[in-house]
Design a protein around this ligand. Structure first.
Ligand code: PAF
Length: 272
């Protein structure tokens, strides 16, 4: 891949890049369609990155279907699928990590302590391998996108980062490869994530500004659905991710909820 990227750069091509963990859905395809607009060559990676999974997380169970992914990628005009084996990415003696001191500690940080270290490290490696001019990430993983933007700035990567809005199922559930874990009953309860964010949006439109009030109402709505357990509901600054008391400007409302054994995330930018 590195040799191919060097060849493309020498030929004066612009490389757009979409990193993924595969099991592609419409959300990923939206990132690829965006990538198609920005590069002469569109590269995606498919790599279920072990270093971003905690010891009790779903690394083994994570859904995989490379053949299906390759045809979906082809259908939206992807030129190159880079799908390395874990041993090619992490040699036995591997020991170098990229860690963001502050941003990794908020939102998903406390319940996934080494997750963003794994993400920042693998994205750094993928950037060095693919050598893109532009890289595209989804806003569903809002904290991840914020971390990548910070990392690119801090480490002087010469790469433009583009965020793409969340793609939802017709009933509002944010698309995620992990949705495939949900039973029919849980799938129904999972809707409470979107509904609670929508309720908050409506409440802000009617004049509510108090963050605690918004968090309380969202939590009540989520917990009224069976199988749900809240990891966090946060109302925070969209750049620093620090909690805010009041919604005065564009404000991120982000949440993580266990629905049965599946942990789902979703978010919205509240605009008073
Ligand atoms: O968002 C994802 O799928 C992953 O976190 C990423 C960016 C591909 C890194 O493994």
């Amino acid at each position: 891949m590195q040799q191919e990227s060097t060849r493309l750069l020498q030929a004066g091509k612009t490389i757009a890049f979409v990193p993924t963990m595969g099991y592609l859905h419409e959300g990923h395809l939206a990132l690829m369609r965006e990538g198609r607009k920005h590069g002469d060559v569109l590269v995606i990676s498919i790599f279920v990155n072990p270093t971003q999974f905690g010891p009790a997380e779903d690394l083994q169970a994570y859904p995989r279907d490379l053949d299906r992914d390759v045809s979906l990628a082809e259908s939206v005009g992807v030129d190159i699928v880079f799908a390395p084996e874990p041993e090619a990415m992490y040699e036995k003696a591997y020991q170098t990590y990229v860690d963001l001191e502050v941003l990794s500690g908020y939102l998903c940080g406390p319940s996934r302590p080494s997750h963003f270290r794994g993400v920042a490290s693998v994205v750094t490696k993928l950037f060095n391998i693919v050598k893109p001019h532009i890289a595209i990430f989804g806003e569903k993983d809002y904290q991840q996108l914020t971390i990548i933007r910070r990392m690119v700035q801090d480490l002087n990567f010469d790469i433009r980062i583009i965020g793409v809005p969340i793609v939802r199922e017709p009933d509002g559930l944010a698309m995620s490869s992990r949705n495939t874990y949900l039973s029919e009953d849980e799938r129904h309860s999972a809707l409470s994530l979107f509904q609670s964010l929508k309720q908050a949006e409506e409440s802000v439109a009617k004049g509510t500004r108090d963050a605690k009030q918004l968090i309380h109402a969202a939590s009540e709505l989520i917990l009224s659905s069976p199988h749900t357990k809240i990891d966090y509901v946060s109302v925070c600054d969209p750049e620093t991710l620090e909690d805010v008391d009041r919604v005065e400007g564009p404000t991120l409302m982000a949440l993580a909820v266990w629905v049965g054994k599946t942990r789902l995330i979703d978010n919205v930018i509240l605009k008073p």
